[in-house]
Design a protein around this ligand. Sequence first.
Ligand SMILES: O=c1ccn([C@@H]2O[C@H](COP(=O)(O)O)[C@@H](O)[C@H]2O)c(=O)[nH]1
Length: 240
Amino acid sequence: MNDRPLIIAMDVPDKAEADVLLASFGQRPLFLKVGMELFYKEGPALVEEWKAKGHRVFLDLKLHDIPNTVQRAAAQLARLQVDLVTVHAAGGSRMMAGTVEGLEQGTPAGQKRPSCIAVTQLTSTSETMLNEELGIPLSMNEAVAAYAEIAERSGQDGVVCAAGEVPLIKSARSSSFITVTPGIRGAGEEAGDQARVVTPGTAADLGSDAIVVGRSITKAADPAAAYEQMEQEWRMPNAE
Ligand SMILES: O=c1ccn([C@@H]2O[C@H](COP(=O)(O)O)[C@@H](O)[C@H]2O)c(=O)[nH]1
């Protein structure tokens, strides 16, 4: 994750739409996020195809179940040789540790195990929701910091959080602990269902290791141009 990727969230219904979208980016290798919508439709074959084409794949299934179930599911994901997977930190330390163990068990000999990151609080969650719906009586910063601490203790390679929480995490966790931040929007763009959003340039200034961008690119009239614009702001924040 040293190269600070811009990860494209391929939130489309099927391979046909994904192929059209991908074609608009030309031949370059990309970092593609496959979420529940696409994976539930197309399954492992699509992931294997994209890996074979040289793309990196973030398989974002946000595992959350009892430790044994999650461990065994993680082993299956590791067999796909994806680059990055997610679990919910809310599943607790045993579940998170089990995920890493499962990934190690499933990684083919001589291959690198997928990195595993824990979702602290979804970027669609506001502090009001956190307190009033989830029943967590903390500030968002406190909740995210606490989940990140348990995640690191449980062997996670990093967390998913909003970019606004990155400085807090960077100050408390080890230097190798990565922060992957969705909730990215262009300046003036609608947040939609996201509650904690920043621009790519602000995410860079705040020290995010990777940003995840979905609809700002995939729903743009010209996805390749939107990607270039986001990428430029992410690489050269002060030029924003
Ligand atoms: O806290 C989280 C965790 C994951 N996501 C995922 O990122 C993308 C964001 O899409 P946008 O269209 O850019 O809002 C999406 O696939 C989510 O599942 C997240 O947003 N927040």
